[in-house]
Design a binder for this molecule. Structure first.
Ligand SMILES: C[S@@+](CC[C@H](N)C(=O)[O-])C[C@H]1O[C@@H](n2cnc3c(N)ncnc32)[C@H](O)[C@@H]1O
Length: 248
């Protein structure tokens, strides 16, 4: 079981697989006032940076579930490196439908809401693992500027303008689903650069090491086109944030 191989190639050197930088995860951890007794579930935990740094900085315990064996392995090694492996469990699995046996105080899905079929479905899934009074974290893109045309939305790698909402409408959606938005930390363009531009050097190095791989042509084409596409579209139009929600 794995995610499409192209992501394991382009994001193999990422510690954080979204437009957050380490300071944003630190800000979020502080904003949530995490205590050592907090138990955190993270669906689509990637290379585990959120759980590992929060375990180090706040003493939390937690579980991460991710479908990429590469990222899950990196998460386990990062936990060892930070001396928090005894506080965390990283599971290689499909997180669709994953519900933890023990209820958690924070249930998160940070940048992978397709796991629950969209924002509403993911919130409903996370709620099944949450103790009463707990916090749900959703990491999700939004339109920083509404694309003027569907072509511009596709330039952002969305299938349509309707894939995402402007920030006020996304916040209103959380309310419509019965949740108070109790905190939010937003990425900025520097963070988008760390997420997107970091793929380019990884792709270049991978191409030099794997010139005859079956994905070499695809990676070559992506490396050629991505900088201009990204600067024209994603960097200008897309925002991204993590939203903390509590049931009303
Ligand atoms: C945008 S990344 C976010 C990773 C992580 N939350 C972070 O902040 O670095 C999306 C993650 O979802 C994982 N993923 C994709 N589909 C999944 C699924 N069905 N079940 C579990 N993980 C999945 C990918 O392997 C990837 O690590």
């Amino acid at each position: 079981m794995d995610i499409p191989r192209i992501f394991n190639i382009t994001e193999s050197a990422h510690r954080i697989h979204n437009p957050f930088t380490p300071d944003k995860y630190a800000t979020l951890g502080e904003a949530l006032r995490l205590q050592p007794e907090a138990r955190v579930l993270d669906l689509g935990s990637g290379s585990g940076e959120m759980l590992c740094t929060w375990a180090r900085d706040h003493g939390i315990t937690g579980t991460g579930v991710d479908m990429s064996p590469l990222f899950t392995g990196q998460a386990k090694r990062r936990a060892e490196e930070l001396g928090v492996a005894h506080q965390l469990t990283f599971i290689h699995d499909d997180a669709a439908g994953y519900v933890s046996d023990d209820k958690v105080s924070v249930a998160a899905c940070v940048g992978a809401t397709w796991i629950g079929g969209g924002v509403a479905g993911t919130i409903a899934l996370l709620a099944r693992s949450l103790r009463a009074g707990g916090i749900i974290l959703v990491g999700e893109p939004y339109w920083r500027q509404l694309p003027p045309t569907e072509d511009v939305a596709r330039g952002c790698l969305a299938s349509s303008i309707s894939d995402f909402l402007p920030l006020p409408e996304l916040l209103a959606l959380f309310g419509d689903l019965g949740y108070d938005v109790v905190e939010m930390v937003l990425a900025n363009q520097d963070g988008w650069d760390r997420y997107e531009a970091a793929k380019w050097l990884t792709m270049r190095c991978w191409l030099e090491a794997n010139p005859d791989d079956e994905l070499a042509q695809q990676v070559r084409a992506q490396l050629t086109s991505e900088p201009v596409r990204y600067a024209t579209y994603t960097r200008e139009y897309m925002g991204w944030g993590v939203f903390a929600l509590m049931a009303r």
